[in-house]
Every structure is written in C-alpha cells, then in structure tokens.
Design a protein around this ligand. Structure first.
Ligand code: ATP
Ligand code: MG
Length: 461
C-alpha cells in the first residue's frame, strides 16, 4: 500500500513538529500548513488522506477550513485538535463534519488510534462513493444490481475475452442487444466493428446477399460489387438478432462460414478469409426452435458454446425502480423537465406489473410519464392504463366500446378495492346505457348473472 499522507494544520510550528514526530514513527508522510488558507492550497496540489487541524488560527480557522472542504464536496476525514477543557468547540467542529477530535496535551496512543480510525473511515467513505457512482452510471451501460443481473455481468466478463460464439436468449426487450454490445466492447475486438443484422426484418434472398455480399452481375440488379456484413465485421463482432427467423438454407451456409472461417461472395469463386465472432440472439427457447424446425441443430451447437439467458424484468423486482428512475431522469433531461421522484403508490404499481415488454416497455412508459407529469412527481395518473388494467383485471371480456371507457384514468387513490369498484361501476353504467336500461341484456353484456348485476346496482348506485 502506498504511504498515506497527513496534513497537519496549526499556526504553532512547535505543535506541528510534535505531531510530525509522533506520526512519522508510524510511517505516514507528513505535510504542514500554518493556517486554513495554506491548508486549502496544499490540498489542491497534494493527495492527502487525512487532515489534523487546530481550531484557532489566523486568516482561516479550523471551522472555516471544514466549511470550505464541505462546500467543495471534499469528504476527506478531518481530526480537530482542542485544548483540555475546551472540548465543546471540538464537538461544534464535528457538527461541521470533523470525524474526530484529539485533546492537548497529546497522548501518543490516543493520537495514533484516532489517526488510524479516521484513515479507515476515509477509506470506507471513498469506497461507498465509488460504489454509488458505479450504481448511478451502471455497469457498462446496464442499470440493475439484482443478483440475476450480477450473474449476467460476470458471464459477460467471462466470455468477452474469448472467441467463442454466444447465444443470448431472453424475452423481447430484456436487453439482448445491450448484452451483445457489452461483450463486444469488453472484448479484444472492441476496436473493430460491431455489426448488427436482424434476421426477422429481411427477406431470405436479401438476407443472404446482406450477409455474404455479392459480385457484380451475381443477380439482376447487382450492378456493383458489394461486401457483406460478414466481411464488414472482420476483426470484430457480428450480431445476428432473431436467429431462429433465418432461412434454413442460409443457416447451413452460415454454419459453413463459421467452421471454415472463409466465405465466397454471391456469384464469385474467390475465397475470402474472415475473422468474425458471432453472437446470436433469440426470444424463443432454442431447443424448442430446433423441434419446430426453426433452428438447425448443428448451427445451434456451433453458436451455443456459451449461453446467456436474460431473465424477464418481472423476475428481477429489485431492478424495476432503479431502471424506472434512470429512464425518468434520462428523458427528463431530454425534454428539459425536472424529475421529482415517484409517489409510493405509483412505485407499487410499477413493482406489481408483469412487464410483458420488459425493459423496453418500462422505458417507453417512463418517457410518456415524464411528459405527462410536466416535471411533477410521478403519480399513478402518469402511468399507462395497461398497468391499471393488469391490476384490476375487470371487464377484459366486455365489448370493446365498454372496455375503452376503462382506459380513462381512474380518479382517487390506488387501493385495489376502490379502483375495482370504480371500474365496475363505470362498466355497469355503460352497459345499462347501451341496453337502454335493460338489466337482463346488460347482465349478458357484462357476462354476469342478472342477480349479481342487481346486487351490484344496489351497492353502487
Ligand atoms: N439493464 C438495462 N439497463 C439499462 N437499459 C437497458 C437494460 N436492459 C435493456 N435496456 C434498454 O432497453 C431497451 C431494449 O433493450 P434491447 O434492445 O437490448 O432488448 P432486446 O432483448 O434486444 O429486445 P428485442 O428482443 O425486442 O430485440 C434498449 O433501449 C436498452 O438500452
Ligand atoms: Mg433486440
């Protein structure tokens, strides 16, 4: 460990010297300053681990020094020195952020113990600050520190330095592409290209020429030579999104390229060597895709050297609110709104929802919420009706017209019972209106018995 340095601040040279003798014995480097001003100067030019300061000094005294440090958000630990009988002033100093005090005349043991304690505290604070920053910025652009995601980060770090194929599996919007990019960026290939192609979005014949390129005259319209994504990704990474949507014949050709590490452009005999790492993604279960004849088994084994299974958002509850806050802050910045936090019941809603569209759905909903909130605290009314519907589970099978009215924001508090009652009441009113108050028809429309409709009308209206 490098030698730790301590700045001793006192207007009396004799006292500085005394502390220096006591502390150099313990192998600390000692810097000195005669008052607060000098101390601040020293701190700008030296890396200091701890400050020991007298309280009464000309120009800038001990309290002044503490205030300045806090203003600069400098959380270096500070020990104040106080004379016997004036401990109150030291306690005062602690209110301004001093971490401890030592009393004069000094006792060697007490000084050394206080210094060790303060240095340890400083280290813990630094580590906490680092962790906080890391949490805020996220690991390689990821937000979420659930144990499930921590495992994913470890897997990315394990596989990144290698050349092996990777298969990423996860529901839509779980972050498959983000993982693929993170693997590329953490790999020795990071300086070369990450090339992405979505196999589901491109018709088979075009996909083939997109992947492997073509020579002039290879087919009608091929009036120029063109390199494919494989060659483009040479030295880097090729990301094949939705691999199970790739045509079976192209899958066979892909396998050959992966095995031989060479390819020919369409319409050409020239063999070109390529050094490409392939990462594939699918939102299907690959083994099921093999059974369904959507994925070639031989290609699967080639790609599946390493599998990363991204858990759906509903299985990592701890990540929902950090992600929500992250997206709210991100979009608030974009629209120049303030982000002022999330109300408790809205947060409960976010946690309770099943998020079929996973992180992407959450991001979209938060973008909308920040716009609707106009910079106020995010409340239930700013969330999408999908969340409320999911919670309430009423009226899904009633006619569309009626269900539409359920999309209007429900007023008041979130209590599930209150919400259900309000929604039921509204649906019943709509049904009665639609059927000209014919209770028997309204009950049919609502798919409940006449008897329970009668009961509900009595209860609500
Ligand atoms: N853990 C995360 N932290 C921050 N942003 C995330 C995280 N996971 C996903 N995202 C963001 O959510 C969006 C969807 O992620 P991505 O496109 O990687 O999902 P996907 O699994 O490829 O989805 P699809 O199957 O629909 O293609 C992106 O904008 C991505 O940046
Ligand atoms: Mg994707």
């Amino acid at each position: 460990m490098p030698q730790q340095s301590i700045l001793v601040v006192d207007d009396e040279a004799k006292m500085r010297r005394l502390l220096e003798i006591m502390l150099t014995q313990m192998d600390y480097e000692i810097l000195q300053a005669a008052d607060g001003m000098e101390a601040l100067e020293q701190l700008t030019s030296h890396a200091v681990d701890l400050v020991i300061t007298d309280l009464r000094m000309p120009r800038l005294d001990g309290i002044g020094l503490l205030r300045q440090l806090r203003e600069q958000h400098n959380d270096i630990p500070v020990i104040v020195v106080t004379a016997y009988g004036t401990v109150e002033s030291a306690v005062d100093a602690m209110k301004y952020g001093a971490s401890d005090y030592i009393v004069r005349p000094f006792e060697m043991d007490a000084v050394q113990a206080a210094v060790q304690r303060a240095l340890k505290l400083g280290k813990v604070q630094r580590e906490n600050r680092y962790l906080r920053q890391e949490m805020e910025q996220g690991w390689r652009g990821f937000i979420g520190s659930s144990s499930a995601m921590k495992q994913i980060y470890t897997q990315i770090e394990q596989v990144a330095p290698t050349k092996t194929g990777v298969l990423i599996q996860g529901e839509t919007g779980t972050g498959k592409e983000l993982v693929a990019r993170a693997i590329h960026n953490a790999s020795p290939r990071a300086q070369s290209l990450f090339v992405s192609i979505n196999c589901a979005a491109i018709p088979a014949d075009i996909l083939e020429s997109e992947l492997f390129g073509y020579s002039k005259g290879a087919f009608t319209g091929a009036n120029k030579e063109r390199i494919g994504k494989f060659e483009l990704a040479d030295g880097g990474t090729l990301f094949l999104d939705e691999i199970t949507e790739m045509d079976f014949n192209i899958q066979a050709k892909l396998l050959r390229v992966l095995q031989e590490r060479t390819l020919e452009r369409l319409g050409s005999n020239r063999t070109i060597a390529v050094d490409v790492r392939v990462i594939a993604a699918s939102n299907r279960n690959p083994r099921q895709a093999i059974l369904d004849q959507k994925l070639r088994e031989d290609l699967f084994y080639r790609l599946n050297v390493f599998t990363i299974a991204l858990p759906p958002l509903r299985d990592r509850l701890d990540d929902i609110l950090p992600l929500a806050r992250y997206f709210l802050e991100k979009h608030a910045k974009e629209f120049a709104f303030q982000f002022n936090g999330i109300e408790d019941d809205a947060a409960q809603c976010l946690n309770a929802y099943a998020w079929p569209g996973n992180v992407r759905e959450l991001e979209n909903m938060m973008e909308r919420a920040i716009v609707l909130s106009g910079g106020k605290t995010i409340s239930i009314g700013h969330l999408s009706s999908d969340i409320l519907e999911d919670e309430v589970q009423v009226g899904k099978h009633v006619t569309n017209n009626i269900a539409d009215s359920a999309h209007e924001p429900l007023s008041g508090r979130l209590g599930l019972n209150i919400q259900v009652e309000q929604l039921e009441k509204r649906l019943i009113q709509d049904a009665l209106q639609k059927t000209g108050d014919n209770k028997s028809k309204a009950a049919q429309l609502l798919e409940i018995s006449e008897r329970s409709l009668w009961y509900k009308i009595k209860k609500y209206m």
